[in-house]
Design a protein around this ligand. Sequence first.
Ligand code: SF4
Length: 95
Amino acid sequence: MVNNMQEDIAQKICDCNIPESLQRDKMYEAIASYISALSPEECVSDKEYERRLAVCDTCQGRMGPTCRYCGCFVLARAKKLSQSCPKPGEDKWSI
Ligand code: SF4
C-alpha cells in the first residue's frame, strides 16, 4: 500500500528549484525518519497502518502526499496511534 501511494504521488511537492525526484526522495526520507523516531507504543500495528492508508487512498481529502484537512503527510499521520482522521464530522479511519 505504501508503495502504491508513493507511485500515485506524481505532483510536485513545492515550487522551489529542487528537482521533483529529489523533493520526493527527501520527503520520504523525512517521513521515514519521523516514523523511526516513534516508540512502538506510539505506533499503530502494520495492519492498522495499511488499513488507514487504504482509506486515505480512496478519500477525496487526500491531496498527493498530504491531507487537505490538516496538511499532514498521511504516511506520517496514519502511523501514530494518537492521531485520528481529521475530516470534519467524519473520522474516516474509525469506520
Ligand atoms: S480526510 Fe482522513 S481519510 Fe481522508 S486523506 Fe485525510 S486523513 Fe486520510
